[in-house]
Design a binder for this molecule. Structure first.
Ligand code: BGP
Length: 457
């Protein structure tokens, strides 16, 4: 069976500034947190030990070319560009990002640029991070600076990568700094992130730049354990909290009424200003990036909530371990290929079929050295993972979904937040000691698929 994709389909990968650049300049929350609690990071490896893109950007772009990428997403580091978040622009950073953007274009690779990929400047966190509306203003100015510096050549902008993750990690589940557990503060952070997004979109529209602007969301389709109304309701609440809290504002320009009502009932609504809703309505996007790694399976709660416990999304559902589910045991995430199709169909049927693309999908595996054959990692499991997802994506496109491309996480093994280098995701193997880069078998497969705009199973 041959799967052919539409003309001009985007084939590429995604990465982020903090996870690849190295040579830290401008302190972020990650640098601060790592200096204080290195034990939180796998094998005590922190954000200064990455895949050294800051030094090797030119040869790394050659590797992207070898992979036949026609597009590539990375992020700008706010802290590198504007070290205190709001003041002087760092000319070295401008030079670096100009060189990267120009080289990508020269090599025929369209740059997709994210403005915020989890890396809050520490100076901004010190004044409250996303809890403080002054940080929303500072971010809007940072976005404007980026559009003015690079907007003549960058035609695809993304305000945020997975904005729900800093909310979950930093304010609910203790896996990002500042390690707070407080739903109302989490809701405030999420709300202010949406305002910051909308302000950036507003600035982009006002500047009449040549390209388009969007956001990258990690969408986790919520599947109920059964069709019992209690399970269905549990899945609905999970969907409201984790998907629709960002999806609805950026595509419909407003929050779902039942999410607002739920938070109001439990006294968890963030402080709003009357003019906010107009701003949110202006934050509607041109292009949606979809990161898809795993589904969310939920059931109704079997036990009563402890009224003393902090208010949590899990007051309304429990995670459900479906018997027989296919797992990536290294990351602990379920692999469910049809999820990608379900996301696209939901967007087509309920959100007006927006222009979108898969901006991340991937499989992190531990100790890949054990798969080396004749000097190359034979990662057939990754090829199976990608082709499995691509067949469902292809079905979505053939049924009218407006999906324009597929980017993998990621082109080279990189630093994965608290997991550091535990799981490897790359098409290219990175030797941490020597920084040597070696193509994996999946890299060869992807290069051929991109070149042919098709693959066979
Ligand atoms: C996404 C992030 C990436 C990347 C990826 C893999 O959520 O956008 O930054 O890290 O997940 O996940 P992890 O690194 O946690 O294994």
């Amino acid at each position: 069976m041959k799967y052919t994709f539409p003309d001009n389909f985007w084939w590429g990968s995604a990465s982020s500034a903090l996870q690849t650049e190295g040579t830290r300049e401008g302190e972020t929350t990650w640098d601060y947190w790592f200096a204080r609690e290195p034990n939180r990071f796998h094998n005590g490896v922190g954000p200064q030990q990455t895949s050294t893109f800051y030094q090797h950007w030119k040869t790394d772009i050659q590797l992207l070319k070898q992979l036949n990428h026609n597009s590539f997403r990375t992020s700008i580091s706010w802290a590198r560009l504007i070290p205190d978040g709001i003041g002087e622009v760092n000319p070295k950073a401008v030079e670096f990002y100009n060189q990267v953007i120009d080289e990508l274009i020269k090599q025929g690779i369209t740059p997709f640029i994210t403005l915020f990929h989890f890396d809050m400047p520490m100076a901004m966190q010190e004044i409250g991070g996303w809890e403080n509306r002054d940080v929303v203003e500072a971010y809007a100015r940072y976005a404007q600076v980026c559009f003015d510096l690079f907007g003549d050549r960058v035609l695809h902008w993304f305000t945020f990568n997975e904005p729900i993750v800093p909310v979950e990690g930093g304010y609910l589940y203790d896996f990002h700094y500042p390690n707070v557990v407080d739903f109302r503060r989490a809701a405030t952070v999420a709300y202010h992130t949406v305002l910051a997004h909308a302000k950036a979109v507003q600035a982009y529209r006002a500047g009449h730049y040549a390209g388009e602007i969007g956001i990258v969301l990690n969408l986790t389709p919520s599947y109920p354990r059964s069709q019992n109304p209690a399970d269905v309701k549990a899945a609905h609440v999970a969907d409201l909290m984790f998907n629709r809290s960002f999806l609805d504002p950026v595509l419909r320009g407003e929050y779902p009424a039942d999410l607002v009502a739920l938070l109001k009932t439990h006294n968890q609504l963030p402080a709003c200003k009357p003019e906010d809703s107009l701003l949110i309505a202006e934050g509607k996007i041109d292009l949606l990036g979809i990161n898809y790694y795993q589904p969310r399976r939920v059931k109704c709660r079997d036990s009563a909530v402890n009224p003393q416990a902090p208010f949590m999304p899990e007051w309304f559902f429990e995670n459900y371990e479906m018997p027989g589910r296919k797992m990536n045991p290294y990351r602990g995430w379920e692999i469910y290929e049809p999820g990608i199709y379900d996301i696209l169909v939901n967007l087509r049927d309920n959100y007006g079929n927006p222009r979108c693309f898969i901006s991340e999908n991937g499989m992190g595996v531990e100790n890949e050295q054990r798969f080396i054959e004749n000097g190359q990692i034979n990662d057939q499991y990754r090829i199976d993972f990608i082709s499995g997802h691509l067949t469902w994506l292809h079905k979505g496109i053939s049924e009218g979904c407006n999906c324009l491309g597929y980017h993998m996480w990621t082109f080279i093994d990189n630093w994965s937040w608290c997991n550091a280098y535990k799981n490897r995701y790359g098409f290219i193997q990175l030797d941490l000691e020597t920084q040597q880069r070696t193509l994996k078998k999946s890299g060869e497969w992807f290069a051929a698929t991109s070149l042919n705009n098709s693959f066979d199973i």
